[in-house]
Design a binder for this molecule. Structure first.
Ligand SMILES: Cc1ncc(COP(=O)(O)O)c(C=O)c1O
Length: 535
């Protein structure tokens, strides 16, 4: 089937698909319920493995599986609410969460599993548009389950042989997509884009001052880091954590599309040098958190080359778009970067957590972070110790994050992923056009580059006001939080809001759930109209 046909099928997906899913899973759930007459209230942890029997273990896990299958089913059912919001004090009071002195029976443990699912936000629901991480990819889920059951640690090949091989395959694939020679490059899987961004700052600082590892920061010049005012806060956090200090983060202005101003960047670098400071690092964003903007990588690469600065690209959010040939132009010049953050747990829809830090300088992370603990990273092992990746990281033990993304990528293939990404872009385009054409909506950013669609809902009573007046902005600022509060109470969907620069609170709809279809986009706007009409 061609890419276009695939795409069409995705876009025109039958909304009643869930009925078929329920029909197929109902007998399984029924069988799980009926075939299991065990009284779990009379059993406790001693009755299942590792101390108890295999049969009881299987029966217990079948029940857990049934609970999870029900959650999966509900997460894909448009008749189900996205959330049942309760205030934390009420929830805390109503739930039995205490750990007791004696054992809690397995019946209660099974109820606990159900309780957790029941009170969780259905982030896989096709009407969850709240965060960058959305959806519930079933193959990725299978990967997470297998990861859990093999419960190992990524630090050495010795205990994670197959995962170490898979990690290398995936890192090489991602490096090639960026346009690097895999022989020269390296990478790490991390628990989130913030940590990956921190690695970039560490790597750049170590390259400039390798003595920092032994001597610390004390004799270093004042290091300066550059990023845009719209970049993710994790870069300032990295500066705080690493002893650089947030005062030494130069926030560069952006143009009216939210893209870093290259001239201002260069002026700041020159001025800082003249003051005796030490500019060393520039972080650009490919897919900014709120507006979804892409900084001009090729132009900034020239500046970094000229002034000998490390160039990092935070593609935590936007990285998934590298999988679509059509969107490659957003990343023009990315191959010039020294490092890239790319989070499969965002646009690609891998289950949380899965972030990748990629670096063009092979061997640097090992030099920067290794402590060569002799109890773990023995130099005389019976295999090539290059395969032990743990000492490159700031952690000791590390979770296996690779299987859930590797499995889903294999299942979809490059073409399947390209379709998925294009499907998201087509939904975002529909949402943008709807916002333009509906009288009660106003867009924050014209012709958005990405799948963040930012808009105001403007109730009729505000529509006659002067848009530039303070009164209008003050009134408009109250609307999104009020609609959001009603939305949480109704539980019908979720979409986030925030102010930005001088712009009053606006909605930021994130389109990254492969299971959403055009009708969900229409529902979002209809629902906001319904909730906000009396405001
Ligand atoms: C552009 C960007 N970079 C980094 C991050 C941080 O990622 P994480 O939440 O995985 O730490 C985010 C999160 O929203 C982001 O939008």
């Amino acid at each position: 089937m061609s890419v276009q046909q695939d795409n069409k099928n995705l876009v025109t997906e039958d909304l009643n698909n869930n009925a078929a899913f329920v029909e197929k899973t109902a007998p399984i759930l029924e069988q799980l319920k009926n075939g299991n007459t065990t009284d779990f209230n009379a059993l406790n942890f001693n009755d299942i493995l590792p101390l108890g029997g295999k049969e009881q273990t299987a029966k217990f896990l079948e029940q857990v599986f049934g609970t999870m299958l029900t959650h999966i089913e509900k997460s894909h059912d448009r008749k189900e609410k996205v959330l049942h919001f309760e205030q934390p004090e009420e929830l805390e009071k109503r739930l039995d969460l205490d750990i007791h002195e004696g054992p809690t029976n397995l019946g209660t443990i099974l109820n606990d599993c159900e309780m957790v699912c029941k009170h969780s936000v259905k982030t896989g629901h096709p009407r969850f548009f709240n965060q960058l991480s959305q959806g519930l990819d079933i193959v990725s889920l299978a990967g997470e389950w297998v990861t859990a059951v093999t419960n190992t640690n990524m630090f050495t090949y010795e205990v994670a042989p197959v995962y170490s091989c898979i990690e290398r395959v995936l890192l090489n694939k991602m490096q090639s997509i960026i346009g690097w020679n895999t022989e020269d490059a390296d990478g790490l899987f991390n628990p989130g884009g913030s940590i990956s961004n921190m690695y970039a700052v560490m790597a750049a600082r170590y390259r400039a001052f390798p003595e920092i590892k032994q001597k610390g920061l004390f004799n270093l010049p004042n290091l300066i880091l550059y990023t845009s005012v719209h970049s993710h806060y994790s870069l300032e956090k990295a500066a705080a954590i690493l002893g650089i200090g947030t005062d030494n983060v130069q926030l560069v202005g952006v143009d009216d599309r939210g893209r870093l101003d290259v001239n201002e960047l260069e002026k700041k670098i020159i001025a800082d040098r003249a003051k005796g400071n030490y500019p060393f690092f520039v972080a650009l964003t490919a897919g900014s958190t709120v507006l979804g903007s892409f900084d001009p990588i090729d132009k900034v690469a020239e500046v970094c080359n000229k002034h000998k600065l490390w160039l990092h690209i935070d593609a935590a959010w936007g990285g998934g778009a590298l999988l679509s040939k059509k969107r490659r132009n957003l990343f023009a010049g990315i191959e010039e970067a020294d490092s890239v953050t790319w989070d499969p747990h965002k646009m690609m829809g891998s289950l949380l957590q899965c972030s990748v830090f990629l670096v063009k300088h092979n061997g640097l992370m090992e030099k920067c972070n290794s402590m060569k603990a002799s109890y773990l990273f023995q130099q005389d092992k019976n295999y090539d110790i290059e395969w032990d990746t743990g000492d490159k990281t700031v952690q000791c033990g590390r979770h296996v994050d690779v299987l859930k993304v590797w499995l889903m990528w294999r299942a979809k293939g490059d073409l399947g992923f390209e379709n998925q990404i294009e499907h998201l872009f087509s939904l975002a385009d529909l949402l943008y056009k709807q916002c333009l054409s509906r009288p009660d909506f106003d867009v924050v950013l014209y012709d958005p580059q990405f799948v963040n669609i930012c808009f105001w809902y403007v109730p009729k009573r505000l529509q006659q006001m002067d848009k530039n007046s303070i009164e209008y902005k003050q009134e408009l600022n109250k609307i999104a939080p009020q609609v959001k509060s009603k939305m949480m109470d109704s539980g019908s969907m979720m979409v986030g809001y925030q102010p930005l620069d001088d712009k009053p609170n606006f909605f930021r709809a994130i389109i990254s759930n492969a299971g959403s279809v055009p009708a969900d986009i229409m529902f979002m706007l209809d629902e906001i109209e319904r909730l906000g009409k009396d405001l």
